[in-house]
Design a protein around this ligand. Structure first.
Ligand code: SF4
Length: 195
């Protein structure tokens, strides 16, 4: 083989390798993530956001500590969850997140746990889900024992980790409002930190 031909072959091989490496790196496109999210039961809408746009604030856990009858009753609620400062550092370790709007009475916790696992299995090894409200999986949480009965399902809610859900959701262009009466239907949101 002439030297010029050999050089051409090596260049072609390098191009093929570069292309297949790029393909492997972009398997989890935003479109793939959004399709996976929208397939989950109870999902109204999902958007890719930057974790830098997730708002954290120290006041959020005051709302848990004073005024919520679930405080200390569950292993995925305060005081067992990260502070706003810790959560900020966690968020800063990610570049993409999926913010998901759920229908009222949707099984948010189960959908988020399922989606976290699905995305993890697609190659996002850092995938972590944040749910909404108290943990629904046991009648009574064994807080004194300190271990969770369903670690594959139970994840903290955004607000339990010092995330200002109202500001985060509004920033992403989703609807949310203060619930003023018992007849008013609240908006529920979940978050998956992807990679
Ligand atoms: S799954 Fe059960 S044990 Fe685990 S945090 Fe939720 S209520 Fe507690």
């Amino acid at each position: 083989m002439r030297r010029a031909d050999a050089r051409g072959e090596i260049t072609a091989l390098k191009t093929v390798k570069r292309k297949s490496r790029a393909k492997a790196e972009f398997v989890l496109t935003n479109e793939v993530l959004l399709e996976a999210a929208k397939r989950k039961a109870g999902v109204i809408e999902a958007r890719i956001i930057s974790p830098a746009d997730v708002v954290t604030a120290a006041w959020v856990k005051m709302k848990c500590r004073f005024g919520c009858d679930g405080y200390g009753q569950c292993l995925v609620c305060p005081p067992f969850t990260p502070t706003a400062e810790e959560m900020r550092r966690v968020l800063d370790g990610y570049r993409r997140a999926i913010l998901i709007h759920f229908r009222p009475r949707a099984a948010v916790a189960r959908a988020i746990a399922g989606l976290e696992r699905e995305i993890f299995l697609k190659g996002a090894w850092k995938a972590f889900g944040l749910e909404a409200g108290p943990c629904p999986f046991c009648r009574t949480c064994p807080v004194e024992e300190g271990w969770c009965r369903h670690p594959e399902l139970a994840r903290p809610a955004m607000e339990a980790c010092g995330i200002d859900v109202f500001s985060t959701v509004k920033k992403a262009g989703f609807p949310i409002d203060v619930v003023r009466t018992r007849r008013q239907v609240p908006d529920y949101y979940g978050l998956i930190l992807v990679d």
